[in-house]
Ligand binder design. Structure first.
Ligand SMILES: Cc1ncc(COP(=O)(O)O)c(C=O)c1O
Length: 489
């Protein structure tokens, strides 16, 4: 573990919760009271570790543009920035000689870069899956023939179909691109086994680790291991460092030839009016002035997670998921999508998607927010095909709803509610969720909720937050969007 720029290296698991910024923040409820916020939307973005913020603050007096600045601050910042690359690669077991670590904005940018940087041929195929987040699906579609491997009713990848697709397209598959862990069901894919399969067919594997990296130790394994992961991407905002940076790691050779996907300052060794010599990666792939504070934050968060131990984090989250699922089973009419049996939960990260019979998902999420102070999420979570498959939509129904949405009516927007855990969530957080769900299931709802067909949101009639009380620096519009829609129409 490379920790040379960070001297506090004894983080204990129990210190993580108190280190979460905003852990005690109280939020207003419909009845005028305030309660401590329960944050169960970590799959979208986690809060920041306070230590991460503090280290960034310590760094800021030295903040300076990196690379080629000759002043003290620039030299310091450059060293920090370069060290952050090493730490980000080390976090996923990259090979410092053969891999490069490229800083991007987030996982989405990483996948786009991967797809744009390939020397595609017309017949090239990318095999991906039905369980992908759109970020690991749409970028490939712009460049290659994409095949989506199906899933079973509980959301597991169809391994037979995957092998068949490799067979049927033998010689043409450039990448198997798939998620390390699903942002809907939390299912962890066997990435090394899948890497072996991809390599056996002459393809490379790209792992979208946006949901895996915050929860599990990752090793790309050595390049000569058949289970080696060729490329991997993750986002700092999902691992307690939400300051605008993401990471793409993979074979240096892949980025060492061809034009960078984005050009400008920072990517060149020399420019003449009629010729350009690109720099070596990662500089070649990091056009423009980089996010140095973000890199400091990411490296500090990694340092904290590594010091505590990813195994300990995984074990805690596993217990939380087991407990949450057991308690959810007590709620009448609650359906969980994805694995629920004890022996399956080892291979599931802390993401649980569910719905309640007879209560629309958007209404459940709204009630959780305004009547219980719980931050969850609802909808299709940027994985429309997977959610529709889990909801067992047939093609006709899917088409019907698509048409309604295209016509501007989102009343029947498909979706679920999602509770996603971070390393700092507790059994008490789960209990708050379950109590609220029990009340909703029993019809014990205080507000009078109205559906806005244009946005598909439910919201209590005549209820609005006054955000200025909490954050006076910005002007706020009335919430939710329904108010504006009604006024505009
Ligand atoms: C599985 C998965 N992949 C990719 C992404 C995209 O990550 P980002 O928004 O950081 O680019 C997400 C975000 O939720 C995700 O859950």
């Amino acid at each position: 573990m490379n920790t040379s720029f960070n001297h506090h290296c004894n983080w204990k698991f129990d210190e993580l919760r108190e280190n979460i910024m905003g852990i005690d923040t109280e939020v207003p409820l419909l009845d005028g009271s305030r309660v401590p916020y329960v944050f169960l939307d970590n799959g979208a973005s986690t809060p920041s570790f306070r230590h991460v913020f503090e280290v960034m603050q310590e760094f800021m007096p030295f903040y300076s543009g990196v690379h080629r600045g000759t002043g003290f601050k620039s030299i310091l910042a450059t060293q920090v920035f370069d060290e952050a690359h090493r730490i980000a690669g080390d976090f996923v077991g990259a090979d410092p000689e053969r891999d490069t670590v490229i800083f991007v904005k987030n996982t989405t940018e990483a996948v786009n870069k991967m797809a744009k940087r390939c020397d595609w041929r017309d017949s090239d195929v990318v095999i991906t899956t039905m369980m992908e987040h759109h970020s690991d699906d749409l970028p490939w579609r712009l460049h290659a023939n994409v095949i989506h491997i199906g899933v079973d009713d509980r959301g597991y990848l169809d391994m037979t179909a995957l092998r068949d697709a490799f067979e049927a397209n033998s010689g043409h598959v450039r990448f198997l691109a798939l998620t390390g862990a699903s942002n809907i069901t939390g299912i962890v894919n066997p990435i090394h086994k899948l890497a072996e399969m991809a390599h056996a067919y002459g393809a490379k594997i790209f792992v979208d680790a946006a949901q895996l990296a915050p929860h599990r130790r990752i090793s790309m394994l050595p390049h000569d291991n058949p289970g080696h992961v060729d490329f991997i991407a993750y986002s700092a905002h999902k691992m307690y460092a939400p300051y605008g940076i993401g990471v793409l790691v993979g074979s240096r050779d892949y980025f060492a030839s061809g034009d960078p996907d984005m050009v400008g300052g920072g990517v060149v060794d020399i420019v003449e009016t009629d010729q350009v010599a690109w720099s070596a990666p990662p500089a070649r792939e990091e056009a423009g002035s980089p996010n140095v504070p973000g890199a400091v934050a990411l490296a500090t968060a990694i340092h904290m997670l590594q010091a505590v131990g990813m195994e300990q984090i995984a074990a805690h989250e596993h217990e939380l998921v087991r407990y949450a699922i057991a308690r959810m089973k007590e709620v009448p009419g609650l359906r969980i999508y994805g694995p629920v049996e004890d022996d399956e939960l080892n291979e599931k990260v802390g993401v649980i998607s569910f719905d309640l019979e007879d209560v629309p998902h958007a209404k459940v999420a709204a009630i959780l927010s305004v009547e219980a102070g719980i931050g969850a999420r609802n909808g299709c979570f940027c994985a429309h095909p997977y959610v529709k498959r889990l909801l067992q939509f047939d093609e006709e129904k899917a088409q019907e709803i698509t048409q309604e949405i295209l016509d501007g009516d989102r009343s029947n927007l498909p979706g679920m509610v999602r509770a996603s855990f971070g390393c700092y969530n507790t059994v008490a957080d789960v209990d708050r969720l379950i109590e609220a769900l029990q009340r909703i299931a029993a019809g014990d709802i205080k507000g009078d909720y109205e559906l806005d067909p244009r946005s598909g949101t439910w919201w209590p009639i005549d209820f609005d937050y006054d955000f200025r009380e909490y954050f006076p620096h910005f002007a706020f519009r009335p919430t939710p969007t329904m108010t504006e829609f009604n006024e505009a129409s």
